[in-house]
Design a protein around this ligand. Structure first.
Ligand code: ATP
Ligand code: MG
Length: 473
């Protein structure tokens, strides 16, 4: 059994011979920074550290976050006489195995087969982004509970006579995609027409929706067919319905109740057969309390609302990884790189999972597009993930009244707090703190770096204020 690519930091010929037996391609580096450079371009399955380094240098390496830049598991080849306790120490620090000298074929065999078994097929071939049998109609990526529930509702609503349908969710959560999914399941061969209620003045909006008769107002020099008529038996998508002027809301209510409407300036009632799907990123109930939205229209719309959760919420954030991988595969931002960038590193995914995504899926899509533009290897790594600092600041400051935010914010806060507590309890001893936390020392170092936790912040006379430091990704 052989690995495809191994990077080794070694000058020892016997060690090199051993490694060549277990790897089709062996890339040799003289030192750490050379190894990091090689790893960036070849994406190895294994990195090997030779005992030419003394133990303290290997420890220092694991205790820094350097080995995470490899994006590959690291094993150590020690000198044959190295103590067993030292091997255990390396494993505890994050090594996946310790090969006892350049003749330890047995251990090398074990590591190779373990890695091979973990690498069944490239993810791009096995991954299935869609949760339901309606993947063709509802191109909604994700398998979180929240997405599955939304898809179930979409399917139920589309297969019923429910009309109107309300779709709610923060900006970028996929309201338009959900509306199109309902349309595609319900009547794919009919027309889907959309109108943004925030983009037009009251008069124009009315004329767009209902149409007008010739001469009904200055400039109405010919008759116009409105969207309600144009849609026929299809769908009219009224985006951002909360922005619709109150007088027009009353007219829409009439359409929903009577299923008829009149053109502006017209006298005949026309039948409305279309399914009306309205969307809002505002809380419509609150809008009714503020008298900006008619409560009778709200109750008429709110029969079977489809709620799309924000990406940061606990029951949707597991979609981040799948969405990121989906966008990596489907992005059209760089036609030259199409098919060349195949995946995204674990660390990059972790970083994405920590962001609060105020712009939700749209923002994630943009971040991946940007990463594809910047990436020079075949795997998107941390250095290409750039989240707009203003968005980050905003998301970190965000403690909106909605429970999802509070819970999520508390998670990172709790993690920082816990790390600081463990360090205080162990008087700053990282090995003990890491074992208290149930993580490796390397992970602890990475987290200290990630949360900017400075030494003085966990010395015993420091208070809890550290938890308020911004989270960076
Ligand atoms: N589940 C999903 N799977 C794949 N792509 C998605 C998904 N949800 C949203 N998107 C993509 O994210 C972007 C924003 O989606 P969409 O326009 O439907 O959001 P929205 O809720 O209508 O946003 P806004 O309130 O700002 O209008 C689009 O590019 C869409 O294709
Ligand atoms: Mg929209």
């Amino acid at each position: 059994m052989q690995l495809t690519k191994t990077v080794a930091i070694t000058k020892d010929a016997t060690t090199q011979n051993l490694l060549r037996k277990f790897s089709k391609q062996l890339f040799l580096a003289d030192n750490l920074s050379e190894a990091i450079d090689i790893c960036k371009s070849v994406t190895p399955e294994l990195v090997i550290f030779d005992s030419q380094f003394d133990n303290s240098r290997i420890e220092a390496f694991f205790n820094s976050s350097n080995h995470e830049s490899f994006n590959a598991p690291v094993a150590v080849i020690t000198k044959a006489e190295t103590q067993h306790s030292q091997h255990e120490n390396f494993i505890e620090m994050g090594a996946i195995g310790c090969i006892k000298g350049p003749h330890d074929y047995l251990e090398m065999e074990k590591i190779t087969s373990r890695l091979k078994n973990n690498h069944k097929k490239p993810e791009s071939e096995t991954i299935d982004f869609f949760a339901c049998e309606h993947a063709a109609e509802a191109s909604m990526v994700g398998k979180s509970t929240s997405t599955i529930n939304a898809l179930k509702m979409i399917k139920m609503v589309a297969q019923s006579q429910c009309n109107p349908v309300l779709v709610v969710g923060e900006t970028g959560t996929g309201k338009e995609i959900a509306a199109k999914a309902i349309h595609n399941i319900k009547h794919p061969n009919e027309k889907f027409v959309a109108i943004n209620c925030a983009a037009l003045t009251a008069n124009l909006l009315e004329s767009e929706l209902f149409g007008h008769v010739k001469g009904s107002f200055t400039g109405a020099d010919k008759e116009k067919i409105g969207l309600l008529e144009l849609a026929g038996n299809g769908t009219v998508f009224m985006d951002e319905i909360s922005e619709m002027p109150l007088e027009l809301q009353a007219k829409i209510l009439r359409v929903l109740q009577e299923k008829t409407f009149r053109k502006v300036g017209g006298i005949t009632d026309l039948k409305c057969n279309a399914t009306i799907i309205a969307s809002s990123n505002r809380n419509l109930y609150k809008e009714t309390k503020e008298k900006r939205f008619r409560s009778d229209l709200y109750y008429r719309l709110n029969i079977c609302p489809i709620k799309l959760a924000p990406l940061r919420s606990l029951n949707r954030n597991e979609d981040i990884e799948m969405l990121a991988k989906y966008f990596v595969q489907t992005s059209t931002i760089c036609p030259d790189k199409k098919g060349k960038i195949k995946s995204i590193t674990k660390m990059a995914i972790e970083a994405l999972s920590k962001h609060h995504w105020p712009g939700n899926i749209r923002e994630l899509k943009n971040v991946i597009d940007r990463a594809i533009l910047l990436e020079t290897t075949e795997k998107i790594g941390m250095s290409s993930i750039i989240i707009d600092s203003e968005e980050m600041q905003e998301s970190n400051e965000q403690i909106a009244p909605n429970a999802d935010n509070v819970i999520n914010f508390s998670l990172s806060k709790a993690e920082k707090e816990l790390i600081a507590k463990a360090l205080r309890q162990t008087s700053g001893q990282k090995t003990r703190a890491a074992s208290l936390l149930g993580i490796t020392r390397a992970t602890l170092y990475a987290k200290l770096k990630q949360y900017n936790i400075e030494k003085d912040s966990y010395s015993n006379n420091r208070s809890e204020e550290l938890c308020d430091q911004p989270v960076t990704v």
